[in-house]
Design a protein. Structure first.
Length: 178
């Protein structure tokens, strides 16, 4: 069964075309005629075309515009669309999907050794949409590690200051004299 609108092969009993979405609810005669004409076209495509011998045709007589238009409309038949099989064309590879190589990681780590630049680049890599996914995930992990290390260092510094304060208080000097 073929779609009357675009000529796509549609499974038997379908109500709509899978390609163009047009309704398949038409009289069976029109559908059968369309199927036959499409099958004829397919057979003609696979047969070698022979050169027709030139024939003398009578000179065309002038016709009025409406008659000419109906003649063209009667000759038109939709050509079935076939999916393009471009096996030789390789899909475009998104640069964000490529595997990040050793040289890329070396340059990334080298840039992260520069003070202040490392923080800026980490935020840019983590929140930019056009960065390689490997580098983006690395930057996000680096930001999480930086946040964890900041919290741990604050807790450690606070505990060290408290211990030193307790030592001075036990000696007797303390911070209260100042």
């Amino acid at each position: 069964m073929f779609c009357p609108n675009c000529g796509t092969n549609v499974p038997e009993g379908s109500k709509f075309c899978v390609s163009c979405g047009s309704s398949m609810q038409q009289p069976e005669e029109a559908n059968e005629q369309l199927n036959e004409s499409i099958q004829q076209q397919k057979q003609e495509e696979f047969q070698p075309q022979q050169q027709p011998e030139p024939q003398q045709q009578p000179a065309p007589q002038p016709q009025s515009a409406p008659q000419q238009q109906t003649q063209y409309q009667q000759q038109y038949q939709p050509i079935p669309q076939q999916p393009a099989n471009n096996n030789n064309v390789q899909p475009r590879v998104d640069i964000r999907e490529k595997v990040y190589g050793v040289g890329g990681w070396f340059l990334t780590l080298l840039l992260l050794c520069i003070p202040i630049v490392n923080i800026i680049l980490t935020f840019v890599w983590a929140f930019s949409g056009s960065v390689n996914k490997n580098k983006k995930n690395f930057a996000i992990a680096l930001l999480i590690m930086m946040a964890i290390s900041l919290v741990i260092s604050i807790v450690l510094y606070a505990s060290i200051v408290a211990m030193i304060g307790n030592i001075f208080d036990s000696i007797g000097g303390g911070f209260s004299d100042f």
